[in-house]
Write a protein that binds this ligand. Structure first.
Ligand code: GCV
Length: 661
């Protein structure tokens, strides 16, 4: 099966201008990246203008397109400058990787019909580490994967082929510079990743990635020293454990000298970790960090640590507090080559959550943010849900950490909280489906993540436009229809699923579709606490105290049900159904209204898709249409189950007398 090219299909639209600059190309250096650049330029030129060869020249005097290595502090390691002057385009950067990014930017501009004459743009990424996390299992399945199987693994083999190369091209084209290829839940055979039979293949993969400026990372099993090392402990203070990891890292780096390092999920959802030995998270992370330090490797340590064996009757224990409670006191104790990876919210990638209060509180620890473009809780790539407006909002949230630059984006781009080299990671939404992402419109999340990772100020709407044009061509009606669909999709999803920030009313385990009490009496710590009188979690000072973990004025605002933003009200407070929101509606009426509206929004999206049917190719249209049918069913199911549930619980009628079952 041949796979598609997503936004890198150079045939998506007719390109007139730009060809004149491809007459003579100066790309002086000869290395693995420049060779790939030559290939890409030829591919683009042949597909856009039917050019069969390109003229790469040794002397730049008459060159019309010049890639030039320089030494300009402003561009740092990865930034570039593109300008046009007197009929020639110059792409400048300090490294070959920067030139690669500049090349992709130029090709994008050409395809977007940008005016090239006198163009002059400088672009420098604001975050250093821009990473994907794959939850791909060694057997080829993908945890929370909604677009087929893994293209990295099959039956416990590592795959490297032309598809892997295309993957690397996609990443480079949107500025992603690191990737973790295996699931954070490292079990069974996957533990053996760090043994000789696999290291050779991983080295080959790193070699391929080198050509696209991508650093390879792997997830590891904290108890590997027991599972494959034969030790009877994984205590980070034990000499044998320390030595085992040192030797293991030496071996790994002998094969893959520029491996980025490892991502670790410890003491979480059944995975082993330092807690077993009464050691804290810093003690566990630092042991690995010391072992990897001689190789300049990094340990990315996840903060998704919580008690998943909670008693639902217990109203004091609060999963939302867990990461803060485990990590806040350890601020300053992690070694410099540890980066804490923190989910954007305190629960788990819900459609709406407050930001994790560790942001703005950790002042002496490197940390990065983890988001999820695999749509585990946001429609599973059956429902369209463009996440960039949500991520943009998160990146611009103020932490009130006491510094001028105090947004989450500021922290991730080293402007505050003493950050050195941090960034952002996304649990990715890719698989081996021919279109890579299952839903054709889910490609916008893959593309958009790269763009926001590069620049927190890239606007979701502009990103959407760009992506649509590169993927579907430049027909105005398609552009308009898809832009509208994408921009309305996250609010629509929020409307027809769990209301007012309550989250988690999903079918247990699968996390698609409604099951309001599915997790209510379970051990996972995700409750809505609805009864006959009201709904919501009391996380105020009188409740679990979670609201007070934020800096002021946020703590006060979240703590007070009159000041708490409506869309987070039920996350922070237990309120009666008659509580009046800032829009003047009662909570119960808001629930009814938004759920009816959400379904209507999906119907509108379907109409928009149908309106551009003739302008789309049949394969993609059909794929989308089928998914939209399922989305509509899903939205109706959510609407009817939620509305019926709360009608029966509250016995309050809908003011508009609509059908509630
Ligand atoms: C990889 C959620 C998901 C799990 C995932 C976990 C994590 O709980 O449902 O599938 O495990 O998050 O982020 O580690």
């Amino acid at each position: 099966m041949r796979w598609e090219q997503m936004w890198l299909s150079y045939q998506a639209n007719d390109i007139e201008s730009g060809k004149e600059y491809f007459k003579q190309i100066y790309l002086a250096t000869d290395n693995i990246i420049s060779q790939n650049m030559k290939k890409e330029l030829l591919l683009a030129a042949s597909q856009m203008w039917g050019m069969e060869t390109l003229n790469f020249v040794e002397d730049k005097t008459n060159a019309t397109l010049i890639f030039s290595l320089g030494n300009n502090e402003k561009y740092k390691e990865e930034g570039f400058h593109i300008y046009e002057k007197s009929g020639r385009i110059v792409v400048e950067g300090n490294t070959q990787k920067a030139l690669l990014y500049g090349m992709f930017e130029l090709l994008k501009d050409i395809r977007m019909h940008a005016v090239l004459k006198n163009m002059d743009k400088v672009s420098v990424p604001d975050k250093e580490l821009r990473m994907l996390n794959h939850w791909d299992n060694f057997d080829g399945s993908i945890e929370r994967g909604y677009s087929g199987n893994s293209f990295f693994f099959d039956g416990e083999h590592i795959l490297i082929n032309e598809r892997t190369r295309d993957y690397a091209r996609f990443l480079a084209s949107i500025g992603i510079n690191a990737t973790v290829i295996n699931n954070v839940n490292v079990k069974a055979q996957a533990t053996e990743f760090i043994t000789e039979p696999y290291l050779e293949k991983l080295a080959e993969l790193q070699e391929l990635f080198n050509g696209y400026g991508i650093q390879l990372y792997c997830s590891l099993n904290y108890a590997a020293c027991m599972d494959i090392g034969g030790l009877d402990t994984a205590d980070p203070f034990d000499e044998n454990v320390i030595n085992w990891w040192k030797e293991r890292m030496d071996l790994v780096y002998r094969y893959i000298p520029n491996l980025g390092g490892f991502l670790v999920k410890a003491d979480s959802e059944g995975r082993p970790g330092p807690f077993t030995y009464k050691r804290n998270q810093a003690e566990g992370a630092n042991m690995l960090a010391k072992a990897i330090a001689p190789h300049n490797g990094t340990i990315i340590w996840r903060c998704f640590v919580y008690n998943c064996m909670q008693d639902w009757r217990d109203r004091k224990t609060d999963r939302a507090r867990a990461a803060y409670d485990y990590f806040y006191d350890l601020d300053g104790q992690f070694l410099d080559n540890v980066i804490l990876q923190i989910k954007n919210g305190p629960i788990d990638f819900q459609v709406r959550e407050p930001f994790m209060p560790l942001f703005g509180k950790l002042k002496h620890t490197r940390h990065m943010m983890e988001v999820q473009i695999a749509q585990e809780y946001t429609g599973q790539q059956i429902d369209v849900c463009y996440l960039m407006p949500w991520f943009f909002e998160i990146l611009h949230m103020h932490t009130y950490c006491g510094e001028t630059a105090d947004t989450i984006g500021d922290i991730l781009s080293k402007k505050s909280c003493n950050q050195m080299g941090c960034g952002i990671a996304a649990v990715t939404n890719t698989g081996d489906d021919s279109n890579w992402t299952g839903h054709d419109l889910a490609g916008a999340n893959f593309y958009g993540f790269g763009k926001l990772a590069w620049d927190s100020n890239a606007t979701p709407q502009e990103i959407a436009k760009e992506w649509i044009m590169l993927t579907f061509g430049d027909k105005q009606d398609v552009l308009k229809a898809f832009e509208t669909i994408l921009m309305m999709s996250h609010p629509a999803y929020e409307k027809y699923t769990a209301p007012l920030g309550i989250g988690f009313m999903v079918t247990p385990h699968y996390h698609y579709g409604p099951n309001i009490d599915g997790y209510e009496y379970a051990r996972w710590g995700t409750y809505h606490r609805a009864d006959h009188f009201g709904i919501g979690n009391d996380r105020s000072q009188e409740g679990t105290g979670y609201a007070m973990l934020y800096h002021e004025p946020l703590a006060k605002q979240y703590n007070d049900k009159k000041k708490c933003p409506d869309n987070l009200l039920l996350f922070f407070h237990h309120v009666p159904y008659f509580h009046v929101l800032s829009n003047g509606k009662t909570v119960i009426q808001h629930i009814y209204d938004t759920h009816f509206e959400g379904v209507k929004d999906v119907e509108d999206m379907i109409q928009l898709l149908t309106s551009v049917k003739d302008a789309l190719d049949e394969t993609r249209y059909k794929r989308m249409q089928q998914r939209f049918d399922l989305q509509l069913e899903n939205a109706k199911e959510w609407r009817d189950q939620i509305n019926s549930y709360f009608y029966r619980k509250s016995a309050v009628k809908d003011e508009q007398g609509r059908t509630i079952y």
